[in-house]
Design a binder for this molecule. Structure first.
Ligand code: UD1
Ligand code: CA
Length: 447
């Protein structure tokens, strides 16, 4: 029989140190708000219910949590982590199973680590995720003997001896719902901060004859975000993991520290990424493709063997088939580009569908917007778009058609036709010589 699981996410803090009009836990790491990271961690552990504890002032967090399908518990005023957990009690009324407490401002804990927290129930009644920070500073200290955890002591309450303990509390705590709430009911605020410390439940449960243990994590994984400096640290830790993972899975990063990933970036083996590339959310790049320097991609799928950039800007809705080229200073948006098609220089292609083997000349623009609505450009297989063409959408360029350079194309072009949409060239014989003669004469008169 599998044990039922639930999670409580603490997010009632005021996040003053962030100095932001937005609540702290809505700030993104790797392109995803912190609260979503924690939610996805809990869901990955198979929890059947997630209760998010928010303050009355956190309307934005509440809205985000509701949008994620979480149950809401209000904590007002905020009287400490133990009080926060107690506030979630009625939302978990009747739930019999294991409960893990997570902080919404600690985004980088991984699924396997959380699994180990739950695995600890095989031998102990309670488990706490611990770590050994470079500087234990204000973290709660874990008092242990062997695998057994005896107490968590907040830094402010520590004796000299306890302060020298290197093993600290990450904040992640798991126990059965019955143990968790029965212990929280007995936590008092008789301490340095006058708060109800969740951490006191270790000693309370031990006095009930129950055991507790510690599961270890790395400092990078349990990094908590209090201010913008921590946010940058969390981002750096996330990026470093993504770079490692990419390279281990067969992606070449020429200058890893300059490549930026999002939480959902997918790069297949044998993709090469040059320096200074940014992957916004929603990018998949298939095998054998090279992303050249200074390219920025988001919401984009790039097929096998493609060549992207340098200086390509691929915006949401871009889907490039295999062996496509979207190269120097090209911007795309909602653009489907067929196999082997090339957009090589200085173009904007938006709200467009290009067939296979299309050649888009330098400086081509799809004029997709009339100030009110967006319109579509469709280009058939093998069409040749001359340089500096303006394609005024909605417009349909037939397969195999040619557009003369410099055209402003407002009408559909049939398959295999040549469209010339520019003024006809006029050559005036000897005009230059006559012009110069007149100008020279005028100049002579003046001097
Ligand atoms: C807490 C732990 C400490 C641990 C540290 C790790 C306690 C008493 N201490 O300390 O042992 O080393 O985290 O970062 O638990 N929150 C609420 N309501 C409240 C208070 C806090 O929802 O009334 C939320 C905050 O939004 C935050 C989390 O709980 O997400 C932690 O609160 P914080 O005040 O930062 O705890 P620390 O003092 O850092
Ligand atoms: Ca904290």
């Amino acid at each position: 029989m599998t044990t039922r699981r639930a999670a409580i996410i603490l997010a009632a803090g005021k996040s003053t140190r962030m100095k932001s009009s937005r609540s702290k836990v809505l700030h993104p790491v790797g392109g995803r708000p912190m609260i979503e990271w924690v939610t996805s961690l809990a869901k990955g552990a198979g929890v059947e219910k997630i209760v998010c504890v928010v303050g009355e002032g956190n309307a934005d967090v509440r809205a985000a949590a509701e949008a994620l399908g979480l149950d809401i518990a209000i904590q007002e005023p905020q009287q400490g982590t133990g009080h926060a957990v107690q506030c979630a009690k009625s939302a978990l009324e009747g739930f019999e199973g294991q409960v893990v407490v997570l902080y919404a401002d600690t985004p980088l804990i991984t699924g396997p680590t959380l699994s180990r927290v739950f695995d600890a129930f095989e031998t102990h009644a309670m488990s706490v995720l611990g770590f050994e920070p470079d500087d234990p500073a204000a973290y709660g200290r874990l008092v242990t003997q062997g695998k057994d955890l005896y107490a968590i002591v907040e830094a402010k309450e520590c004796t000299e001896e306890q302060l020298s303990i290197g093993l600290c509390n990450s904040g992640v705590v798991a126990a059965s719902a019955a143990d968790l709430f029965s212990a929280c009911d007995r936590v008092t605020n008789a301490n340095a901060k006058g708060e109800y410390y969740l951490t006191d439940i270790v000693e309370i449960l031990r006095s009930d004859g129950k055991s507790a243990t510690v599961v270890n994590a790395s400092e990078a994984e349990v990094l908590g975000v209090n201010d913008r400096r921590d946010l940058a640290k969390a981002e750096a830790a996330f990026q470093s993991v993504m770079r490692e993972n990419a390279m281990v899975s067969g992606v070449s990063l020429k200058h890893p520290e300059t490549v930026y990933f999002s939480y959902d970036t997918v790069l297949e083996p044998d993709v090469t990424v040059e320096a200074n590339v940014v992957f916004g959310p929603g990018v998949t790049v298939k095998r054998g493709t090279t992303i050249h320097s200074f390219s920025h991609l988001e919401g984009t799928v790039v097929g096998e063997g493609a060549n992207i950039g340098p200086f390509a800007r691929l915006r949401p809705g871009t889907v490039l088939a295999e062996n496509t080229k979207v190269v120097n200073f090209v911007e795309t948006k909602k653009a489907k580009v067929g196999k082997g098609s090339k957009i090589n220089h200085l173009s904007y292609v938006g709200d467009a569908e290009l067939g296979e083997g299309v050649n888009v000349g330098a400086g081509t623009i799809t004029c997709n917007y009339d100030g009110y609505n967006k319109h579509k450009t469709i280009i058939g297989d093998g069409a040749f778009i001359g340089s500096n063409s303006s394609l005024v959408a909605p417009v349909n360029i037939g397969a195999g058609a040619f557009l003369g350079s410099g055209g402003v194309v407002t009408n559909n072009v049939p398959d295999d036709a040549l469209a010339l949409a520019r003024a006809k060239q006029v050559n005036k014989k000897d005009w230059g010589a006559r012009f110069r003669a007149v100008q020279e004469k005028l100049k002579a008169k003046k001097s």
